[in-house]
Ligand binder design. Sequence first.
Ligand SMILES: Nc1ncnc2c1ncn2[C@@H]1O[C@H](COP(=O)(O)OP(=O)(O)OP(=O)(O)O)[C@@H](O)[C@H]1O
Ligand SMILES: [Mg+2]
Length: 631
Amino acid sequence: MDILQKIARYREEEEKLKWEGTFAEYLEILKEKPWVAQSAHSRVYHMIKDAGVEVVNGRKRYKFFSHHLFGLEEALERLVEEYFHPAAKRLDVRKRILLLMGPVGGGKSTLVTLLKRGLEEYSKTDRGAVYAIKGCPMHEDPLHLIPHHLRDDFYREYGIRIEGELSPLNMMRLEKEYGGRIEDVMVERIFFSENRRVGIGTFSPSDPKSQDIADLTGSIDFSTIAEYGSESDPRAYRFDGELNKANRGIMEFQEMLKCDEKFLWHLLSLTQEGNFKAGRFALISADELIVAHTNETEYRSFIANKKNEALHSRIIVMPIPYNLRVSEEERIYEKMIRESDVANVHIAPHTLRIAAMFTILTRLKESKRPDVDLLKKMRLYDGEMIEGFNEVDVEELKKEHPDEGMSGIDPRYVINRISACIIRKEVPSINALDVLRSLKEGLDQHPSISKEDRERYLNFISLVRKEYDEIAKQEVQKAFVYSYEESAKTLMDNYLDNVEAYCNKTKLRDPLTGEEMNPDEKLMRSIEEQIGISENAKKAFREEILIRISAYARKGQRFDYNSHERLREAIQKKLFADLKDIVKITTSTKTPDEQQLKKINEVVARLIDEYGYNSTSANELLRYVGSLLNR
Ligand SMILES: Nc1ncnc2c1ncn2[C@@H]1O[C@H](COP(=O)(O)OP(=O)(O)OP(=O)(O)O)[C@@H](O)[C@H]1O
Ligand SMILES: [Mg+2]
């Protein structure tokens, strides 16, 4: 289907969703689908929930967010369970302004945008449908038409509670256009759209002297006063403030704490009482979720000011800290690069991971535990299995600093530095070293980094540089082995068979001759020695491995090459030991002979085919590892 056909199909589908009818007909819809009368908070909550929830490592993951926001599971779980869910149930929190507080570039705006775009789509679905009094500039809830004294009866019949008063404008229209016959009032299905200003609003403060409260609440349209005779005629009022337009949906309040107080008070009455006052006019009921965002410094100075106490108690603050997991950070960069102009540049393997390691280190706080340094903490947070640590340890580490993740380097900085180094380099291919260099240079220009932080950050750069050196060496060594994974697996299986026979005091059977043989002590020792296991410690080590294997078996998991970190290291070293000299000589020679050249080409080809390099980055890697090995 080409794009024009798709556009036509889209229009048809939009057309099909449209509905209008009388209030009496609307009540029929309500009988069948009572949820269409839900409150704005409830609609947002159901939108999130309907997208699906997975449980990953005992933690809820809302699919609504999970394709766009990475590593924020805990914060989002809290946001949903402490705000959206209770607010949907009409509990008191819905009367608070939701204030997202977090460091710069931590995803606050992204989160709010997701909610807005999500609502636009959700209002097109059956579950998310919204209906309004036709022709009302505030898309007023049709149920406001039902007079107060009948609302209890309505609840008994429909099970739906009605909140809010009919607005003065619709009151007048009811009299003038419909002769007071509520059942005839026309109702229509509406579709949220920020562009068309339906159900979604954004307010951002400008100069406090010139900004008019009308931006928020609408205003008298003086040109029509002559026509209607009075300033308090509702028809002379323009309901076009952000609060009006966001009715039934969501309003984003940018930089809320920078805003003049008079604006905030309107919000408070709206959230608290469900209505706001505009000009010389009765109160206007509105039902909308107000979400604001701010950073920690701003928030601290806001609450330090006694004058703001009343406001403070009417705000619910939800922290949105930085992601603290390396793999998720990598995904953030991948996403940001994909969305940028540099999407076609080759990025060598491990580049983004190395950058992410640096970033996460800047966000972590030292643990009190002497056996956990920042690198180890970083690995544990990322879900790596480290001997002697389990999930309980990780939870405890997190509890040591509840405010962890509120400072450090933001993803925008990293992306800016990546772009800077892409632009500088002539070939469209960058590697981890390029990025580290660029990150380092950028620290001097970074406006908000203190001297101490700068020192710390430089330290982290050399720390991750060392990590990279290890990774680079291993990568090249692996590429020197024909079919590395296979060789490692064979060697490990062989080792495990021998260990099993050794521990159980049984014999092995030669696969070719079928002959019985004793466990191959020489083979086992040649592997164990790689990681410094002494003759005295070998028995304990072997037994521990057998226990680990049976623990895996009990859980129905396969014990493989990656299941035991030290064993993996031993196998790897053993494989590399035989190779070391070849790698060293081949990668560093300036004048390779024919055979070396052949080997180099073979390795480059393997790096490209199996490891995701291109020819530039593969050659860069070989040269770099050559220099490392000859230091
Ligand atoms: N956890 C995350 N998952 C996915 N993307 C993220 C995450 N954190 C930041 N980003 C990306 O980083 C960029 C900056 O995020 P965003 O603008 O949402 O931050 P912010 O908290 O609103 O920052 P500011 O305080 O400067 O307004 C965006 O491109 C966003 O997609
Ligand atoms: Mg923002």
